[in-house]
Design a protein around this ligand. Structure first.
Ligand SMILES: C[S@@+](CC[C@H](N)C(=O)[O-])C[C@H]1O[C@@H](n2cnc3c(N)ncnc32)[C@H](O)[C@@H]1O
Length: 235
């Protein structure tokens, strides 16, 4: 299917900035992501030295590299060459030989070898419109072992349509003042215009229809982020 002319162009929708080495070089400072709790959560869910984890839309590898010492193999997948070059540089510096980088997208990644125990994805799925999200999630289920775990975090609106204006204005009001400190109002507005954050109440049926049982859901206080622990149904 990937060769069809009507297929979604993941690179064209990856966000121009994510392909830019200068932006990528400053990304970790801007994002300021602390993954300690996420790694602890994965370990609570059973991640161990026998596990294989795939991180989809891995970016500079903050989660992939923090999880790698606790598992056997990590595959970090991203459409952006610049992101993967940064991830690879960090992996080499840290001496992490069990992290493999693959340049591909949710829709084009071809998983090889054993099925994954865990799939992780943070703040990346919103680069796909809903039709393609649904197809991507079905592909994610295809990567995982039966009972395997998907930890999905993304920008998703946990509110009704008539609350959108209020929720978004509150979110924009909390934006960073400077781009090196986080996402500014202009960047969040561009996200809303150009990317595909959806409603949590659309995303959840997509997960279920793709073969997942949602075991835990949490929405940030601002109702603009959703985080799920999902288990692939036994086949
Ligand atoms: C906001 S960053 C998040 C990176 C990382 N997951 C994190 O939490 O720091 C979004 C990432 O998704 C990647 N991306 C965009 N579209 C993608 C797609 N269709 N498939 C895989 N990765 C994609 C971008 O290149 C970028 O690295």
């Amino acid at each position: 299917m990937y060769t069809r002319r009507w297929f979604f162009d993941e690179l064209a929708h990856a966000g121009r900035e994510h392909l830019d080495p200068h932006y990528v070089a400053a990304y970790d400072g801007k994002a300021g992501t602390d993954v300690v709790e996420e790694v602890a959560l994965l370990r609570d869910l059973g991640l161990n030295e026998r596990s294989m984890l795939v991180d989809l839309g891995a970016g500079t590898g903050t989660l992939a590299l923090a999880a790698a010492p606790h598992c056997r193999r990590v595959v970090a997948v991203d459409v952006s060459r610049a992101m993967l070059d940064m991830l690879n540089t960090k992996a080499v510096r840290l001496g992490m030989a069990n992290v493999e980088c693959v340049q591909a997208g949710f829709l084009s990644y071809e998983h090889r070898g054993e099925m994954a125990d865990y799939v992780y994805s943070r703040n990346a799925l919103h680069h796909l419109p809903d039709f393609w999200k649904a197809l991507a999630l079905e592909r994610v289920a295809g990567i995982l072992k039966s009972d395997g775990i998907l930890r999905l975090r993304d920008l998703a609106f946990a509110c009704d349509q008539d609350e959108v204006d209020r929720v978004i204005e509150n979110w924009l009001a909390s934006a960073a003042e400077r781009p090196d400190k986080g996402w500014t109002r202009a960047e969040l507005e561009a996200h809303l215009r150009e990317e595909y954050s959806t409603f949590s109440w659309l995303l959840e049926p997509m997960l279920e229809r793709s073969g997942f049982e949602i075991r835990q859901t949490s929405y940030g206080t601002a109702s603009v982020y959703a985080a799920y622990i999902c288990a692939k149904h036994r086949s």
